[in-house]
Every structure is written in C-alpha cells, then in structure tokens.
Design a protein around this ligand. Sequence first.
Ligand code: NAP
Ligand code: MG
Length: 404
Amino acid sequence: MEKIKMPTPLVEMDGDEMTRIIWQQIKDELLIPFVELNTEYYDLGLPNRDKTQDQVTVDAANANKKYGVSVKCATITPNGQRMEEYQLHKMWKSPNGTIRAILDGTVFRTPIQIDSIKPVVKNWKKPITIARHAFGDIYKATEYRVPGKGKAELLFTGENGESFRETIYDFEGPGVLQGSFNKDDSIISFAHACFQYALHLRQDLWFSAKDTISKQYDHTFKDIFQQIYDECYKEQFEAAGISYFYTLIDDAVARVIRSEGGFIWACKNYDGDVMSDMLSTAFGSLAMMTSVLVSPDGNYEYEAAHGTVTRHYYRYLKGEKTSTNPVATIFAWSGALRKRGELDGSQPLMDFADKLEQATFQTLNDGIMTGDLCGLCEGITPKKATTEEFIHEIRLRLEKLMAQ
Ligand code: NAP
Ligand code: MG
C-alpha cells in the first residue's frame, strides 16, 4: 500500500515522561506505516527547553503560526521539585501558557464518548465542548487581606491624568480584597475563536456569565459577544443552521444538565476551569478528553487534556508495563492530521484521520481498554490491556480499515 502524502508540514511538539513514550509508540505503530509523516519537529521535552532556554517553545509556537496546525504532547510545567529532578537553570514557564500568549487562543475541550461508558447524566447523548477564556479575571488578580477598619477604593488613573475613583467598601474590621481585570482585545479574540469553532463543528454556541450582578464587567463580555455575532457571524450561523445564545450562568448550568449535549459552551476563565473538570468527570475520564487551542486568525493546536502521567512514568522506568490510556493523544494526532488535510484539500489524509479514530473506537467497543476505563464500563466485560497491547489492537483494526 502506498503511503499517504503530506504536502505541507504539521508542527510536532514532543513532550515529557509517559506521554513522550506513548507519543513515539503512536507514531511507530499507527502513523508512520500509513502516512509519509511530514512534520516540523520541536522537542518541548523539559531537558531541551532547559538547554535552549525555552527558545524551542517560542519557535514551535511561531511555526504553528506559519503552518496553521500543530500537535502537542503533554509537557511538564516545572515547579521546585522539578528544578531539582531535572537540574534546571530556571523555573521555565508553562509551555501551554507561552504558546497561548503567542497564538492568543481559546481552549476547547471535548470528551471522547463510547457506548459502554455512560455519562453520569443519563440524558447526555452527545459530547459537550467547553470553550474556556484563558486570560485574566481571578487568574491575574491582585489581592490581599485587609488588616482592619478602613476604606477600600477602586482607582484608575488614565494616561492623560484623568482618574476614576469608587468606594468598594468601608471596612469596619478585617476582611479580604481583590482587584481583577480583563481587556476588550482578549474578549474580542475569545468571541471570534468561539464563533469560528462553532462553525467548524457546526454546533450551537452558548455563552454564559453573570451580567445581572456584574453590570459592567460581565456585561462587557455579553455585549462584545453579541456585537461580534451580529456583525460577523449571524449570516454564516443561519446558513449553517446553528444558533448563538447568551444566558445567565445559573440558567446555563441547569440547561446543560437537562440537555442532550452536542453544543459548545463558552465560559469565562474561572467558570471554564471549574465546569471543564465537572464535565470531564461526568463524561467518564480525564484521559478521554481532547483539547484544541484555536486562535482568532485560524491557527490550531491539538493536544490531550491530561498531563504527562508522572506516576505511570516512574513505574515504566522501573521496567513495569503500564496501562496508560493513549486515546486522547491519538485523537490529538487525528484532529491535527484531519485539519492539515482540510487546509491542504487532501481527502486521503482526512480519511486516514477518520479511520484512526474508528479503529480506536472499535478497539474500545470490543472491550479492549486501559485500566483507567475498565472500572467505568457497563454492559461489557472489559479486557485490561497494557498501553502497547492496546495500541497494537488499534493497529490491527486500522490495517483492516485501510485495506478496504
Ligand atoms: P496527569 O498527568 O494528568 O495525571 C494525573 C493522574 O490522572 C494520573 O496519575 C493517573 O491516575 C490519571 N491519568 C491522567 N492521564 C491518564 C492517562 N492517559 N491514562 C491513565 N491515567 C491517567 O496530572 P499530574 O500528575 O497532576 O501532572 C503530571 C505532570 O503533567 C506535571 O508535571 C504537570 O505540569 C503536567 N501537566 C501538563 C499538562 C499539559 O501539558 N497539557 C496538563 C496537565 C499537567 P493514576 O495514577 O491513579 O492511574
Ligand atoms: Mg481546573
């Protein structure tokens, strides 16, 4: 069989620990035998980030901008303990944060569903995608404890000297104080990314905030979304048969639980943080959650939502065979290859991405799965596989699908 050609490179960002091992296994078993893999490779493993003073992360993000699509392996975000473990020169920033700052994107997370793992919420038939605004609010807030009686004020001094001052509270005793912000630019990018991704998936877009209470802050989000929708996307949405609607976060939560799924739920930073954990758990497992960063100018970065699975890696280093779930990483590859195919007009590449996912679903539906999923299954008797065995079972099914 002739291998599928890739005229334009895909940006490949390698990573750390267990996911780095899985990364290579996926390439060797599931990709290279079928596709003439044309990737521009960046090693974002922590040792190379340290060696290049993190320049490799910046270069990879810029390559993503150049070629439009990348696929990323999970990476370590260093902390004190990692500084020692890897003898680092510096506590490098989170690669995802660096990439996000360069691409200016929004993160979309979607669960991968299979029949034998029922969502906790019975009526969810289709996945729900969370779009999290990954900038500002409490994540960039300034806060401190108020020691005692006194007045707290909110002061803004403009470049031209003009200022606004409002009393926040006249404290009669000790308490807490927090100042948070967001920028129109960032909210506008967030809105564009959400509308574009809804068109890409052909799914309805919901956006929720608390504008009834937060009459300036959250209301600004609501107004910007509405304005961008009316000006740029209304016609395209109508043509695609999808809709946009805004609702209060409380109402959204109630509707999400009663829904069938199959839509995108755009959330402010904190809401998205909390709700994505709720959704991934309710749909089954973090190891079955895909993640894609979409920038307002149409760049895509695909990855798994989970981390480098350190605990399994330490067992692997001792020579143990682990049963680490590679599904979200496989879907990061299939998502990126499909997008590459779409942008290049390559039907064979798009078909391959579909078949790779199909083979993965077939394997899972045949009850062959990694340990994390075995306990969640209903209606079938699962057979626990090591990562290698699981990937090999996918390979057998993929070969059949490719021969058809
Ligand atoms: P993690 O790697 O997601 O793993 C946490 C636990 O979840 C694992 O110990 C495992 O549970 C389970 N798990 C996660 N993915 C799994 C999979 N594919 N198959 C089976 N089980 C899976 O999170 P972490 O341990 O908090 O973080 C480890 C490293 O990853 C950190 O250095 C962190 O900085 C990094 N991280 C990177 C990203 C990213 O690059 N996007 C995201 C998050 C974290 P059991 O041990 O109980 O089996
Ligand atoms: Mg969280």
